[in-house]
Design a protein around this ligand. Structure first.
Ligand code: RIB
Length: 305
């Protein structure tokens, strides 16, 4: 059982040939309203990968709330831990260009009201997984991590978007998820030199923190350092349409596979494939693959022995 304690947003998405420079206006497509938020995205990705998932989060007393929860509800994520609090649901204003690159401005809304006590006592048990990100108050996430760790659960923290996290914050965290930029930022923040590549950086971070550190590397796949070993997996070759939510897909699918008992290498292969598949379609949540699609892409694929 996976509990995601984190953000729920509505994404206001506009496509444009190229991203505007500061002070510039560029023509955009018709806008779309798409359910998003790193927490909700990870919950849905895990659910589509086959996990039983409970979402603990907050939406506002506005018309956006129902739209923000629609895919989670349709996908079978348990929403009993989602509260309505405050005026507005979190909104991410996203611009995507012709190269599938994006910019995101996030207005947190109700996400800022999520507190650790929203996680019911006893809600997480031994062998469960708690999945955290950085779009809700971090001090509350750390309290949730403490509760989960004390119960014997696995705690996974995705440091996205990047915030300078102190060493002490990892006390109750088992696995740290970053992208290559976040890995370098974290290394510098901890007074380490980033390595010459993602593998070197996660190896340094894992040694320093005594935790498994996993970095997604975009089209180069992902790499994990556990302290004992380094595991690299490739990405699937796709024509990228929109990378929004690809990192969240990786996190959710990785959590789902670990929660069902897969070893780290098997979980990473599926997470990397899922992240690649998510880049091949527009939007965050509508692009997340079902488990069958992940397994189909892996089966007989020589890149994934
Ligand atoms: O990681 C992608 C997500 O970041 C989007 O869905 C958006 O809501 C922002 O939180």
């Amino acid at each position: 059982m996976i509990t995601v304690f984190g953000s729920i947003n509505i994404d206001l998405v506009s496509r444009t040939a190229r991203l505007p420079r500061p002070g510039e206006t560029v023509p955009g497509s018709d806008y779309s309203l798409i359910p998003g938020g790193k927490g909700a995205n990870q919950a849905l990705a895990a659910r589509r990968a086959g996990a039983t998932v409970r979402m603990v989060g907050a939406v506002g007393h506005d018309d956006m709330a129902a739209a923000a929860l629609a895919e989670l509800e349709a996908g079978g994520v348990d929403l009993s831990g989602v509260k309505r609090d405050g005026a507005t649901t979190g909104m991410a204003v996203i611009t995507v260009d012709d190269h599938a690159e994006n910019t995101i401005v996030l207005s947190p809304g109700a996400n800022a009201r999520l507190v650790a006590s929203d996680l019911a006592p006893g809600a997480i048990g031994a062998g469960d997984t708690l999945l955290l990100q950085m779009e809700t108050p971090f001090a509350e996430s750390l309290k949730a991590a403490r509760q989960a760790k004390a119960a014997g659960a696995r705690v996974i923290l995705s440091i996205a978007p990047f915030l300078p996290v102190e060493r002490a914050a990892f006390a109750d965290v088992d696995i740290i998820l970053v992208n290559e930029t976040e890995a370098a930022d974290l290394a510098r923040h901890l007074g380490l030199l980033p390595g010459s590549d993602g593998a070197a950086t996660v190896t340094r971070l894992a040694a320093e923190l005594g935790r498994t550190v996993i970095a997604t590397l975009g089209p180069d796949g992902a790499v994990a350092a556990t302290g004992a070993e380094t595991i690299s997996v490739p990405a699937l070759k796709v024509v990228p349409v929109d990378t929004t939510g690809a990192g969240d897909t990786f996190c959710g699918v990785l959590a789902a596979l670990l929660d069902e008992g897969a070893d780290l290498a098997a979980a990473m292969r599926r997470a990397a494939v899922a992240g690649s598949l998510a880049c091949a379609k527009a939007g965050a949540q509508p692009s997340f693959p079902l488990r069958e699609a992940i397994e189909l892409s892996l089966a007989g694929n020589p890149a994934f022995p």
